[in-house]
Write a new protein. Structure first.
Length: 184
């Protein structure tokens, strides 16, 4: 009888924490960053679907199979470039790619955080900030002292978390966007 009550109480506590996790102090969250190579196939497929669904509206030439191949081969590594996914407990909330080069026209700028995305239902809960901070920790561990991000949508967010405007550049079929730099 006591065991059943403890399990029921624990289950309610988990559900409560899950709903309000973003309101908890960062140190009490069960946040973790997982490399793409350590994800299940289903988790990686969810990331591929989210990436494709987010960007197909801006890029008519985006082919899901091509994106899937990049995510499953090029970014599925323990060496740069590689992808990382942010989890809050067991829930996948977003991802990004860490890479050496993102703009072929500016090969001297390195490294980059690319394809930064928080799932729509998880936005405005501080996950983007946490993901970028964790990505920066990874880059620091590789010996880097700065990081670049190209964006055509998230300038305000990047400035809010300490990035400085670096310049403007065209990125393939994505068009013109801003480059931001953060030194650490």
């Amino acid at each position: 009888m006591i065991l059943a009550l403890e399990i029921e109480y624990y289950a309610k506590k988990v559900v409560y924490k899950r709903k309000l996790c973003y309101n908890l102090p960062r140190e009490k969250r069960k946040m973790r960053l997982v490399m793409f190579c350590d994800l299940t196939d289903d988790q990686l497929d969810k990331i591929i679907d989210a990436h494709y669904n987010q960007w197909k509206q801006y890029n008519d030439n985006l082919v899901k199979e091509v994106s899937a191949k990049k995510f499953k081969t090029i970014y599925n590594s323990r060496r740069l470039p590689y992808g990382v996914a942010l989890f809050d407990g067991l829930e996948l909330v977003g991802f990004c790619i860490l890479k050496l080069s993102d703009l072929p026209t500016l090969p001297e700028l390195t490294p980059w955080i690319s394809n930064l995305q928080i799932f729509k239902a998880q936005r405005r809960k501080n996950y983007g900030t946490i993901l970028v901070e964790e990505a920066i920790k990874r880059l620091k561990s590789h010996g880097y002292k700065q990081v670049y991000v190209w964006t055509d949508q998230a300038s305000l967010f990047l400035r809010k978390i300490g990035f400085k405007y670096y310049g403007t550049a065209v990125k393939g079929l994505s068009g013109e966007g801003d480059i931001y730099l953060k030194e650490f």
